[in-house]
Ligand binder design. Structure first.
Ligand code: ZN
Length: 233
């Protein structure tokens, strides 16, 4: 098994889980980088998992369906027009010979979901390194509860968000927690990685526990205050 990051659009990653029996792509916002990635590789069955309905996560589907006949798509209710199978929080989906757990992750969108597979979490935009998605629904309680579910996962859970936002997120985190050595250290590391053109992901739940301001918010009110500050940072 191997997990690859396929850069797409400006700052998206399309994550790919490569299994013996097939490949899983999460949130293909663009078809061409996926098709380039597949060039010269052994042909295998492909499956797509969608976390939410935003175009930068779904825009590549049409092109992929054309190029990869038989492509199966799983997604939440809000992407129902694109799905072969609708999933919801609490579902256990069987793909190839693997079981993937679906977590309800509303807040950024109304019916967003995350996928948890063998200690690997794919949250789409519900969680970033040192950040979380903008609460477009206005339902801050939902987004807060979504983060509470992530916080209950084991520290060594690896997290594969859909955007490379780590540097700006950690700059924001530092502005809220100027005395945090953990945030200073993470910021320095991410700065180096970006200067070398490297990706800063995956992160881990344990790391987020120390450096993500939205994990560090002590209650819902503080979460709302941080999230609103971030919207204009
Ligand atoms: Zn989004």
């Amino acid at each position: 098994m191997e997990i690859y990051a396929i850069p797409a659009l400006g700052d998206n990653y399309i994550w790919s889980i490569d299994l013996d029996q097939g490949r899983i792509f999460i949130d293909p916002g663009q078809a061409s980088p996926v098709l380039d990635f597949l060039k010269g590789q052994e042909a295998k069955e492909s499956v797509v998992l969608l976390t939410h309905h935003h175009l930068d996560h779904t825009g590549g589907l049409e092109g992929l369906k054309e190029a990869l006949p038989g492509l199966r798509v799983y997604g939440p209710w809000e992407t129902r027009d694109l799905n072969d199978t609708c999933v919801k929080g609490g579902d256990l989906v069987r793909i190839f010979d693997q079981e993937i757990a679906v977590l309800a992750s509303p807040g950024h969108t109304e019916a967003g979901v995350s996928y948890l597979w063998q200690g690997h979490l794919f949250p789409g935009d519900a969680l970033f390194k040192a950040g979380c998605g903008r609460v477009f629904t206005g339902d801050y309680r939902a987004q807060y509860d979504t983060l509470e579910v992530f916080k209950d996962l084991p520290d060594d859970t690896l997290v594969y968000p859909a955007h490379e936002y780590s540097l700006e997120n950690l700059r924001f985190a530092k502005s809220l927690f100027p005395g945090s050595l953990d945030i200073d250290q993470a910021l320095e590391e991410v700065r180096d990685q970006r200067q070398e053109g490297k990706k800063t992901l995956p992160t881990s739940i344990g790391e987020e526990r120390k450096t993500n301001p939205f994990f560090l918010a002590k209650d819902l009110d503080e979460f709302i205050a941080f999230r609103k500050k971030k919207d204009t940072f």
